[in-house]
Design a protein around this ligand. Structure first.
Ligand code: ZN
Length: 341
């Protein structure tokens, strides 16, 4: 798409902007100088001449958004970049002197696209985790489940590398666990992080499993964007690093939610009442906070409930759990391909 120059600055016409994606919508009032750009559920509000704009009620600073020329609306190159990233458009783009080059994001192929999965058995070593009846310790349950899951995933996804953060009774800090996973994340490899835990509560009646993904907060999103920026040393422009890290962080968040849902349903189907499904939930777990890839935490059942505990210790359950999670991963990959079509 051709850029036009006014006062030595590059602009894209509004007409060209909406051609970037067929679901992109633009409304603009000449009189109020205010406009709205919409992509799916995301809405960006702007006002020509102002040094800020708004996305989903969040205000972002930007000096020059655009200009009117001969009755036509034109957006500055900087603003176009913000629009593409803030609205999460599934495209990649590049500017050269006179052009904006847009490419639909390459379709990821189911199964083939996933490079690795890191399974994190919760607790370990001096940290026993929750305690159940018969002196059962959470750290032993999670390790058994992690091994069962590794075996199953290796069988179901033969080309995908499946790692464990710990394969024995060892203690690792929470940050270390996500760091182990992030280290595999090099060279734009695509991976998933699955942390396994067992729950406990004072009431012995409470039972069931839950699947968690990270609850967004201003602080943990900022932290993730900073880590992403640091991992982009190859990118020389600080501005591009900032935009890319925002885009990636939002994508990781969306995909974590999809993964949590898929795994929850996979487990619900496969476990068939062995341990009852409770909910997909959001929480600010430290082990998820540090992850630079889609990440979930599974609370597999309550160690403080006799029925759940009996299941958690049985090999039959461990196998069904592994099959359920694996099915969930499969559905997740399918969902991603669908979303990006
Ligand atoms: Zn735990």
């Amino acid at each position: 798409m051709t850029l036009v120059q006014f006062d030595k600055k590059a602009y894209l016409s509004a007409g060209n902007l909406i051609r970037i994606h067929s679901d992109l919508r633009l409304r603009y009032s000449q009189r109020a100088k205010q406009g709205e750009i919409r992509f799916g559920m995301r809405i960006l509000l702007f006002e020509l001449g102002k040094s800020h704009y708004q996305v989903q009620h969040e205000v972002n600073e930007l000096e020059s958004q655009g200009t009117l020329y001969d009755q036509g609306l034109f957006f500055s190159r900087e603003f176009v970049e913000e629009i593409l990233t803030e609205l999460n458009l599934p495209v990649s783009y590049r500017f050269n002197a006179n052009n904006l080059l847009i490419q639909r994001e390459a379709k990821r192929k189911t199964r083939k696209m996933l490079d690795f999965i890191v399974i994190d058995a919760g607790h370990g070593g001096k940290d026993s985790g929750a305690l159940g009846y018969f002196d059962v310790q959470e750290k032993d349950i999670t390790l058994k489940l992690a091994h069962a899951l590794q075996e199953r995933l290796r069988a179901d996804f033969s080309h995908v590398k499946v790692y464990l953060t710990r394969s024995g009774d060892r203690f690792y800090k929470l940050e270390t666990r996500s760091r182990i996973a992030n280290r595999k994340n090099k060279d734009s490899a695509f991976g998933l992080f699955i942390s396994i835990h067992g729950n406990s509560t004072l009431s012995p009646k409470v039972k069931g499993f839950e699947v968690y993904y990270l609850a967004q907060s201003h602080d943990n999103m900022e932290a993730r964007q900073m880590m992403l920026r640091e991992s982009m040393r190859y990118e020389s422009s600080a501005y591009i690093r900032k935009l890319k890290s925002k885009l990636m962080s939002a994508q990781i968040q969306r995909e974590s939610k999809t993964l949590a849902r898929s795994v929850f349903h996979g487990m619900s189907n496969r476990l068939d009442g062995m341990i009852k499904p409770r909910k997909v939930k959001k929480a600010d777990f430290a082990v998820l906070r540090g992850s630079l890839m889609p990440a979930i935490l599974i609370e597999t059942g309550y160690l403080t409930n006799r029925d759940d505990l009996k299941r958690l210790r049985s090999e039959e359950y461990q196998k069904a759990f592994a099959a359920g999670v694996s099915r969930g991963v499969s559905t997740f990959l399918h969902e991603l391909t669908k979303a990006e079509r």
